[in-house]
Design a protein around this ligand. Structure first.
Ligand code: NDP
Length: 466
């Protein structure tokens, strides 16, 4: 066993293996705070494993698991509608293929950079492992902002992006999907260009249209899955979603279907948001109002502010970057479903939620809570469902889409939904039982991190030093 993991000049080992690897990660890529945050959270849980399984340290599994197998970064030039040249940056992080082809979404958002995509790819490795399906972890995207672009501009961008990406992906190699800013429209343009270049019709992307290889329930899957997971968490305390007041942030794919499933379970969702602000509807966002939001967001591509004009009982709180908190989490409720983006709940938000009596937080978005917020929720003993478990339904259903593509059959809505539901029950069971097994009952963060890690780490040991 090596005495120190630190190979960076000027760094001294502290003698604590986990701390040393974390310091190495930070020293190697100092400008990637989101990646550091994701690694730190997972590593805190893995301490419990490393004392039981010293072979992981000997094989330097931690040092290996934080290092992507491959990172692709490329220029994406395209013409806008005024015939001006635009240039964006494209990425694909192929993080870990120990248990299956790389799998994970593409994010198009101006904030996208290498560190954010590495955090997402890292999380994806453990999440995909938890789904019970054979999928490795990856993530990609671009700093391109689809908001305010015409359909033709989005198409030209997607075609240019895929003109480079196509040679690195494939149904048995790497299967991207959607994420922030990448929905059905973008997947369609990306798929068309892939098919043209590769001269094959294969399941290289998931989230495809229903009449060209897509799966029923894939658009709904992340939101539905998150609510199924929340339901399992509540059941573990002999409680249910019936009648619960719920906060949902965001108004995109995950948020919309979270609201839809909450309504089915008899809960009352009262908020949604976008980057311009929050709407609070004390009467509840009904099925009809949600239908209106879907048309607003998916067809007209408008702003959530319009909700308060359309439904006058609702209020709109504009986003204010001078505030040290997010106003949405000041609203008193029983359950919170952060479904917009990373770090949207900080320590102040978390303590407000706890003071207001929140019983459950289920993460639809990836890493929506800062480390301090996560610790606060765990310390308060509320039900806390971490993203890599609670939002695993999206990628799980992508896995089901891959199966249907491979056997060239389409399952019914009921069949896919039933499989999704069973997978979310299984993910919860793994997290719940693993937390108990490692002496931290109820801590689903430990349960998810350890449960996801073990399968990947054992596969890495089996496959030798690659
Ligand atoms: P969408 O693009 O459909 O929606 C994102 C929503 O979040 C929009 O309302 C958007 O507002 C808001 N938002 C995004 N960034 C910010 C920001 N910086 N500040 C405030 N609001 C913001 O994305 P998805 O619903 O697909 O994804 C939401 C989250 O769920 C992400 O964290 C994603 O990684 C995660 N996720 C998604 C999965 C999927 O299947 N789609 C699977 C698993 C996780 P605006 O339009 O103003 O930007």
């Amino acid at each position: 066993m090596s005495s120190s993991v630190l190979t960076q000049p000027g760094l001294k080992g502290s003698g604590d293996y986990v701390d040393d690897v974390l310091r190495l990660v930070k020293a190697k890529d100092p400008a990637q705070p989101e990646f550091h945050q994701a690694v730190e959270e997972v590593f805190e849980s893995l301490r419990l494993v490393l004392t039981r399984r010293p072979e992981f340290r000997a094989a330097k599994i931690l040092e290996r698991i934080v290092e992507p197998e491959r990172v692709l970064m490329f220029r994406v030039p395209w013409f806008d509608d005024h015939n001006q040249v635009q240039v964006n940056r494209g990425f694909r992080i192929q993080m870990n293929s120990a248990i299956g082809p790389y799998k994970g979404g593409l994010r198009f958002h101006p904030s996208v950079n290498l560190g954010i995509l590495k955090f997402l790819a890292f999380e994806q490795v453990f999440k995909n492992s938890l789904t019970t399906l054979p999928m490795g972890g990856g993530k990609g995207g671009s700093d391109f902002d689809p908001r305010g672009k015409s359909d033709n501009e989005v198409m030209r961008f997607c075609q240019s992006f895929m003109s480079e990406l196509w040679r690195h992906v494939g149904q048995n190699t790497d299967v991207p999907a959607g994420d922030i800013g990448v929905g059905g429209r973008e997947i369609g343009f990306l798929y068309g260009q892939y098919k043209r270049l590769a001269n094959e019709f294969s399941g290289v992307l998931t989230g495809k249209g229903l009449n060209w290889g897509g799966s029923l329930i894939r658009p709904e899957a992340t939101g539905y899955g998150c609510v199924y997971f929340a339901n399992e968490m509540l059941k573990s305390r002999k409680d249910s979603l019936e009648g619960k007041l719920c906060l949902v942030s965001g108004s995109g794919n995950v948020s919309q279907y979270t609201v839809e499933k909450l309504l089915e379970f008899g809960a009352k969702p009262i908020t949604m948001s976008d980057s311009n602000g929050v709407i609070v509807d004390p009467n509840g966002i009904s099925r009809e109002k949600l239908g209106w939001v879907m048309e607003l967001k998916n067809v007209r591509r408008g702003r959530i502010q319009e909700y308060a004009q359309k439904f006058p009982k609702a209020i709109f709180l504009p986003a204010d970057s001078n505030l040290d908190h997010n106003q949405l989490w000041n609203v008193k409720a029983d359950c919170a479903f952060p479904s917009a983006t990373q770090n949207e709940i900080n320590a102040k938000d978390a303590s407000t939620l706890v003071k207001n009596g929140v019983k459950l937080v289920a993460e639809g978005a990836n890493m929506p809570c800062t480390l301090a917020a996560t610790r606060l929720f765990l310390g308060a003993g509320i039900l806390y469902g971490p993203a890599k478990a609670a939002n695993a339904g999206g990628v799980a259903t992508s896995g089901l889409e891959m199966v249907q593509d491979s056997i060239r059959l389409s399952w019914t809505r009921e069949e896919v939904d039933d499989r999704l539901h069973k997978i979310m029950i299984a993910v919860h069971k793994t997290c719940y039982e693993t937390a108990e097994e490692y002496g931290t009952p109820g801590n689903l963060v430990n349960g998810a991190n350890i449960g996801g890690f073990l399968k990947v780490a054992d596969a890495m040991l089996d496959q030798g030093l690659v």
